[in-house]
Design a binder for this molecule. Structure first.
Ligand code: FE2
Ligand code: FE2
Length: 213
């Protein structure tokens, strides 16, 4: 039995309850695979959608009561409310003070640049949980089993394509996470190319002379 199982079963529909358990299971698997904290991964996975079934006015009342601000991007996409109220609910009501769990829930919808390993794990677990059946999910699961960053990037890329295809707003956090991955990859590539040329140059006698004499 996972932590908070009884708690979420009483508050969510059966479908959402099953989804939460599946996300927790996927998050635990990823945490094991990528050497992250499995306990935190399970808790964040179980609770990531804890407020998903709230009505808009319930989200608004909660945000108002606790004086929590939302950006215009979040305001324009009500789907994003549950990641904000969910993280705050877990922190304030359930009194789980862990900031990594907070951020993993807070950014499980949009992602963001500079995500922690736990944030990436919960973001990805939400994509590849057993109950997901969108086209390409098996490919994403396969990718998730050998490269966490590339799998997160594939999730970001799919999300951006789908949102732009439907003329929906793309949250800046999602774009920042996407751009960050490309920049890091380019930097790694150019470093590899640089190292390759330096080692090639140093292997020639003349350069060895000019450098070391
Ligand atoms: Fe969610
Ligand atoms: Fe979810």
């Amino acid at each position: 039995m996972f932590p908070f199982e009884k708690f979420i079963r009483e508050r969510l529909t059966e479908k959402r309850f099953r989804h939460s358990v599946n996300v927790a299971r996927a998050a635990r698997w990823l945490a094991f695979k990528y050497d992250a904290n499995e306990e935190k991964a399970v808790i964040a996975g179980m609770l990531h959608d804890i407020t998903k079934e709230w009505k808009v006015h319930e989200h608004m009342a909660f945000l108002h009561n606790y004086n929590i601000g939302v950006t215009s991007y979040e305001y324009s996409s009500k789907k994003l409310f549950h990641s904000i109220t969910g993280a705050c609910f877990v922190n304030i009501i359930l009194k789980i003070p862990d900031m990594d769990i907070f951020n993993a829930i807070r950014f499980h919808t949009t992602a963001r640049a500079g995500m922690s390993k736990l944030e990436k794990i919960v973001y990805l677990a939400d994509f590849i949980s057993e109950d997901r059946c969108f086209g390409g999910v098996d490919k994403l699961r396969a990718l998730a089993s050998f490269n966490l960053n590339d799998a997160v990037f594939a999730g970001l890329s799919d999300t951006i394509q789908e949102l732009s295809h439907n003329n929906k707003i793309i949250h800046p956090n999602t774009l920042n996470a996407y751009n960050e991955h490309i920049l890091v990859n380019e930097k790694e590539k150019s470093l590899q190319i640089g190292e390759y040329y330096i080692s090639k140059c140093l292997s020639t006698k003349s350069l060895k002379k000019s450098v070391f004499i």
